[in-house]
Design a protein around this ligand. Structure first.
Ligand code: UT7
Length: 316
């Protein structure tokens, strides 16, 4: 049986930054409130004319350059996104075009903030089945394009960016265990309506406090569920690489793992919540900064709209 292993990571963040002080000029808020309640100091925001596939393409190039691969070695592209350039074609097809790769499949996965874990799990299954050997997996989102900047309760959270990995067939794991799950009953707590009222643009509507509580409880349970049957225990985990939704959610998960925050890769202060991009961005930062080292054990976990959630226990 074949396993899969991450062999390269990459990232891309748009140049333009939106600080808490910038937001103070848009609505009634304060840098102090945002830092205390979310851990966010700034986010990166796309320029006019820049789209999700641009971010995804640059993150993919970064990962390909860091690997030993020619782009034509890749035999599948999966992009996790909630903010595609167009309703169709997919961002994955746009990335394929921009990379100039022909005759391979490319498709998007939509599981909002859990999207990267869903895409990784899908790619891992394809490799385990023997169908593909080298898969480009990208998480990319332009959340600023679906943010209502008159709604201070959630406009403070979102940012734009992309992270990419190359997953390769391997004799050893790699991906030790992944979980994906969903519950469609809570749609109204976090969604973007297709036909919003009063001809307003399609923007995120969230009951933040309710989402927060369910996220913390769910992520609490997922830790035990992920470790079950793997032979690994909490103490074996070197790094937590979580979806960056709110620093208080990260702290709660770290506490559940009996982990100090210096073992958690935190990017929310600089990136905000970049939805499907947040885990691969954090993973790339952990690896390129030299903090995450070869053969270390990492737990990645995410919770998001749907509700969807997921986790991956991996050896880098
Ligand atoms: O990644 C996908 C999943 N998403 C999440 O996990 C997001 C989870 N939710 C959250 O991160 C938090 O709920 C928020 C950051 C969105 C909000 O924080 P909160 O601590 O839950 O605030 P709240 O909505 O309960 O509001 C508390 C108070 C309210 O004032 P009163 O009624 O107590 O006087 C709000 O009006 O804070 C006020 N408030 C603000 N004040 C200054 C809400 N937003 C702001 C703001 N600046 N931006």
């Amino acid at each position: 049986m074949s396993y899969s292993k991450i062999v390269a990571t990459g990232s891309f963040l748009p140049k333009k930054k939106l600080s808490n002080t910038d937001l103070e000029k848009i609505f009634d808020t304060s840098d102090e409130w945002i830092r205390t309640r979310t851990g966010i100091e700034q986010r990166h925001i796309v320029e006019d004319g820049q789209s999700t596939s641009d971010l995804a393409y640059f993150a993919a190039l970064d990962a390909i350059e860091k690997s030993s691969y020619d782009k034509n070695d890749i035999n599948l592209i999966i992009v996790a996104t909630t903010t595609p350039d167009k309703i169709f074609p997919s961002v994955a097809c746009a990335v394929q075009r921009k990379l100039g790769i022909k005759n391979i499949p490319a498709f998007d996965v939509q599981a909002v903030c859990s999207g990267f874990i869903y895409a990784l799990t899908t790619a891992d299954s394809f490799i385990k089945s023997g169908m593909y050997q080298k898969i480009l997996v990208i998480g990319a989102d332009c959340m600023s394009t679906i943010t209502d900047y008159t709604d201070r309760s959630n406009a403070i959270l979102w940012g734009d960016g992309a992270g990419a990995i190359i997953l390769e067939a391997s004799e050893e794991p790699g991906i030790i265990k992944s979980i994906i799950n969903s519950n469609g009953e809570y749609e109204d707590l976090l969604h973007v309506p297709r036909k919003p009222k009063d001809n307003k643009p399609n923007t995120i509507e969230m009951q933040g406090n309710a989402v927060f509580k369910i996220a913390v409880n769910t992520l609490d349970q997922i830790v035990d569920e992920t470790l079950q049957g793997t032979g690994f225990s909490k103490g074996d985990i070197d790094w937590l690489v979580p979806h960056q939704a709110n620093i208080r959610i990260l702290q709660a998960t770290a506490k559940k793992l009996d982990m100090t925050m210096d073992k958690v890769i935190v990017t929310i202060n600089k990136h905000g919540n970049t939805s499907a991009a947040s885990i691969p961005l954090a993973l790339n930062e952990g690896i390129t900064s030299g903090r995450i080292k070869k053969n270390e054990i990492i737990l990645m976990e995410a919770f998001g709209g749907g509700f969807t959630w997921g986790s991956s226990l991996i050896k880098v």
